[in-house]
Design a protein around this ligand. Sequence first.
Ligand code: GLU
Length: 291
Amino acid sequence: MRLRGLLVGTVTAALALSMTACGDKGNDAGTNPPVNTEAKFDEGTTMATLQKAGKVTIGTKFDQPLFGLKGLDGKPAGFDVEIGKLIAAKLGISADKIEWVETPSKIREEVIEQGKVDFVVATYTINDKRKERISFAGPYYEAGQDLMVKKDSDIAGPEALKAANAKVCSVTGSTPAEKIKQYVDAANIVLFDVYSKCADALRTGQVQAVTTDNVILLGLIDASKGDFKLVGKPFTKEPYGIGIEKGDTKFCEFIHKTLSESSAEYEKAWKDTAGKVAPETPKLPTLATCS
Ligand code: GLU
């Protein structure tokens, strides 16, 4: 086992609580997939090490309704959380033996490299730049970058942002924060560490749009109780992967086997979380080759 336990990130508890109060969709969800007590793994693999330890540390988001939102019980809930629980269950580890670590976008590679988590499930787009530092299993879902605006806004797509002289909010270290530079002058891009702060800035009129993946925005829109809307014109592809230590091919292959064999759990996980707002249950995308 590597060094564990450092709490990563500093989103205030107040923020997490207020998000929960506004739009808690997740904490009644809990698919609790059957724990594989019979699992057998080769000595020396990450799977064997974790199984022996009987616990696992997983990085996820704490402020993203539907994917990873920390509830009043102190535990995160959402689709990413369910994917994490599924992997843990196949390792023989029950949900109550998972330590969840808040992992904002910017520090995901870092926490994996430093061994502060065993893996990251956090709306984490697979791309080559990130693969220089870590490896990915998956993809387990494909999102697309979009825009969230106030319900009376005329902004109809990224091309309209410049003409409207709109300030656009995103998160440091995210792929949307990079991509939006093609559409908006740098002076009009506002970056925070987490998306819930962007939602607050939209509410108070400090920015005119928030950009990130459509499914993250759907969660924030649901929590806004009608104040915000999705523009609904996704302009990128964001395949979500599970971040693991670079080169841990055996762990990646184990995660792929888990995902391929768990279509019922995958569907239930979606229906109990993101499916409440995005009812069309996705199909597991074609998994990439582990490297
Ligand atoms: N999927 C994008 C990314 O990994 C945006 C979502 C996020 O920041 O978590 O950067």
